[in-house]
Design a protein around this ligand. Structure first.
Ligand code: HEM
Length: 162
């Protein structure tokens, strides 16, 4: 049993649940409810929420990168050697994921350059959710539809071998 692969997969999918779920909550629950309050309260609430959410975004990006590249380079790539669709699809997924990380970091950050994005946070949160839907779709397709081209190496001892 490859425990590291199981832990890595658990970490990867768990991180997706927390970060995508949290972004969904911000976009469709917190933002519309906050809009019913006076402007000054909204500004204060948003700055407190973003300061707390920032820690989850930063930790989540690290967990995604570590578990994702472990899943790809150590677990999946050796099983899909020479597969003409698997690798371009995962490459596209990685680019989309990096784009999402940039948007998510800009929304929780303080840099002046990204002030415009923070002013239109609802639009950019929706963009993250659309990209996340494509990323999860690609991952599921790669897992279910693209069967391994190379067999997994067996580590069981051949007790009857002479
Ligand atoms: C650079 C970052 C990332 C890398 C390198 C990466 C890589 C991978 C790899 C190689 C797999 C296994 C695919 C297979 O079994 O053939 C996977 C699965 C998965 N990834 Fe990622 N990933 C990244 C980011 C993300 C992000 C941002 C999300 C969600 C928004 C995500 C969601 C998932 C899900 C849900 C699965 C499981 C699919 C399934 O088993 O049905 N990944 N990832």
């Amino acid at each position: 049993m490859d425990w590291l692969a199981i832990i890595s997969r658990w970490t990867h999918v768990g991180t997706a649940i927390v970060l995508v779920g949290g972004t969904f909550f911000l976009r469709f629950v917190l933002t519309p409810v906050a809009a019913q309050f006076p402007d000054t309260d909204q500004v204060q609430l948003k700055s407190c929420v973003m300061a707390a959410w920032k820690k989850f975004i930063h930790a989540g990006i690290v967990l995604f990168l570590v578990s994702g590249f472990y899943n790809y380079l150590i677990v999946a790539a050796p099983l899909h050697k020479g597969d003409k669709l698997y690798h371009p699809l995962i490459g596209m997924k990685i680019l989309l994921a990096l784009g999402m990380f940039v948007i998510a970091s800009a929304l929780v950050g303080k840099s002046k350059v990204c002030e415009g994005m923070r002013k239109h946070a609802t639009f950019w949160q929706s963009a993250i959710l659309v990209i996340a839907a494509v990323v999860v779709g690609i991952s599921g397709f790669a897992k279910v539809a693209l069967k391994p081209t190379t067999p997994a190496v067996s580590v069981a001892p051949e007790s009857n071998a002479r």
